[in-house]
Design a protein around this ligand. Structure first.
Ligand code: SF4
Length: 185
């Protein structure tokens, strides 16, 4: 990425309440079948969302797709005052992060021809997901789950010096933007 583009993106990102961020190379993103195993055995959304496995493909397919991009951008936002014991209450706080993820993806679209954004947890746009019976209602708006790709999110964040534990009543939300093909004008 040209230095000028990176600077422009960084300047624009600072307008959002982004906590920490880093530019990463796709080959630096760690994938693991263990993450998929956890999705499969512990997550009630497995098989019930187009944003999650198995609809997103195998971990190897996700890894290859990721490697087809030129670069990645990871960032966090935080929600304070959360009751971490209450998962429904925690998940209700993430709409702000999803909005920032979409806005950040739009910034990258100003500079790159192809951009894919991933956000934290499963998609919650519709009250009831159509998966697996009929196609996604909002494929252009839906954000696939980062974890659902098989990405070791905490390891990726740690390697980039991004903090995940920001306090006992703080939820840290994580997103990944992949981009390819710089626009020429
Ligand atoms: S937009 Fe609706 S149909 Fe598509 S993944 Fe999200 S909840 Fe499911």
């Amino acid at each position: 990425m040209k230095k000028e583009i990176q600077t422009n993106i960084e300047n624009r990102i600072t307008e959002f309440p982004v906590c920490e961020y880093a530019f990463v190379r796709p080959e630096e993103i760690p994938f693991s079948e263990k993450v998929r195993y956890i999705c499969q055995t512990e997550c009630p959304r497995y098989g019930k969302s187009w944003a999650c496995p198995p609809a997103v493909g195998s971990v190897e397919e996700c890894r290859k797709r990721c490697l087809s991009y030129d670069g990645g951008f990871i960032f966090t936002t935080v929600s304070e005052g959360a009751d971490l014991e209450n998962m429904d209450a925690v998940l209700s706080l993430r709409s702000g992060h999803e909005r920032i993820t979409r806005q950040t993806a739009e910034i990258f679209r100003d500079y790159f021809a192809q951009v894919q954004a991933f956000s934290t947890e499963s998609c919650a746009i519709c009250d009831t997901c159509t998966c697996p019976d009929s196609p996604c209602r909002h494929p252009e708006y839906m954000l696939p789950s980062v974890e659902g790709q098989g990405i070791l999110v905490t390891e990726l964040a740690e390697r980039q010096g991004i903090t995940f534990l920001n306090g006992s009543d703080v939820v840290t939300w994580f997103s990944l933007i992949l981009y390819r093909m710089e626009k020429t004008e």
